[in-house]
Design a protein around this ligand. Structure first.
Ligand SMILES: Nc1ncnc2c1ncn2[C@@H]1O[C@H](COP(=O)(O)OP(=O)(O)OP(=O)(O)O)[C@@H](O)[C@H]1O
Length: 343
């Protein structure tokens, strides 16, 4: 589906929509009048189309960083660039129309229909009502809500998870260059949350926005993030890495403690089944064994074996049998040594 407004934005080199911007935080600082330093000196680069998760203990400055990007909070010092444009010099109202913002509990307007809620920003920037309607219906479909069923309803007539999807649709409506999300899924129960996360990943594969997402939940960070930035008090960047590198090579005792002792399980979730883990196919034992695909996560492979009460799984690629993965092999993978443990 074409999700650019009116389908008019040209694709940029690399297949990304022209409307995803890179973000560059350069030595940003936020000090409040009472002299609290929420963020001391943070630099962070986010590539166009990348999904970066900010995580860290309560009060470390995650929301402050997010809100400085759309200037709901003015930085005390430093520069923030969207591509080459200096955000700190831009008109804040115009800027916020180019940056989608999704918060916990969404903040939908209670007396407006779902369609009207989704069309909020396009209305502000003066689109025709026909274009707003088409765009809003398209977005509702994209987030998995049938416009004919949900478009005329009011927010209180939706479940929490459905409202959260409307929040995402609303944030995407005017094709923002960046999407900021502050604990977007934390108000829904764990099952709805897992489904929302999955759907959100599918949506991101389609729209490829530059996304900065704040969460308290490490599993969510590992599942969603292309890269994860772990912050400690004062917005200090402890590590900025892919989920696998972060779990496999925590850069400091702080990070190691933060990612916790169930790191092994999480690591299974970000490590794929590869050919070098397989024993040769064995026609005599294979019938009846569960099947997993090459490239699926070791975590999923283990879960499949456990639910089938099997010690092996058949591994296939493009429908062809490639070999057998044993539970023993899966659980005895020799990960590279943890540099913090070695030290
Ligand atoms: N108006 C203010 N005046 C003084 N200090 C403030 C103000 N607003 C926020 N702070 C402080 O700035 C720090 C960072 O707050 P922020 O909300 O960014 O943290 P956070 O990491 O998002 O926290 P949480 O995970 O609990 O939501 C906190 O210590 C907070 O108390």
């Amino acid at each position: 589906m074409d999700v650019t407004p009116g389908g008019s934005s040209p694709a940029a080199p690399g297949g990304l929509p022209a409307s995803a911007a890179a973000i560059s935080l350069q030595d940003i600082r936020k000090q409040y009048p009472d002299s609290t330093v929420a963020v001391a000196d943070l630099s962070l680069e986010v590539k166009a189309g990348e999904l970066v998760v900010l995580i860290g203990p309560s009060g470390c400055g995650k929301s402050t960083v997010l809100r400085m990007i759309n200037r709901l909070i003015e930085p005390t010092a430093g520069r923030i660039l969207l591509d080459d444009e200096d955000v700190t010099a831009a008109d804040p109202v115009r800027l916020r129309r180019r940056i989608g913002y999704v918060i916990q509990n969404v903040g939908l307007f209670p007396h407006q229909t779902i369609l009207a809620n989704v069309g909020t920003v396009p209305r502000l920037i003066g689109w025709s009502s026909a274009r707003i309607r088409t765009r809003s219906e398209e977005l509702l479909e994209l987030v998995g809500l049938d416009p004919a069923t949900f478009g005329r309803r009011y927010p209180h007539e939706l479940s929490g998870g459905q409202r959260q999807r409307v929040g995402v649709a609303r944030a995407l409506a005017a094709d923002p260059v960046v999407l900021l999300m502050d604990e977007p899924f934390s108000a829904v129960d764990p099952i709805a949350r897992a489904r929302l996360q999955e759907e959100f990943l599918r949506l991101q594969a389609e729209v490829r926005k530059t996304i900065v997402l704040v969460t308290h939940d490490l599993d969510e960070a590992v599942r969603l993030g292309d890269r994860i930035a772990i912050l400690s008090q004062g917005g200090k960047l402890e590590q900025y890495d892919t989920p696998a590198a972060l779990l496999g090579e925590p850069a400091s005792p702080f990070v190691r403690e933060f990612v916790g002792t169930d790191r092994g399980i999480r690591r299974l979730a970000v490590t794929p089944v590869t050919r070098d883990l397989l024993d040769p196919p064995d026609a005599s034992t294979e019938p009846g064994l569960p099947t997993v695909r090459l490239g699926s996560s070791l975590y999923d492979a283990l879960a499949t074996m456990l639910t089938s009460n099997a010690d092996h799984a058949r591994v296939t690629g493009d429908g062809e049998p490639l070999g057998l993965l044993s539970r023993h092999r899966l659980l005895s993978i020799d990960y590279p040594a943890d540099p913090v443990e070695r030290a």
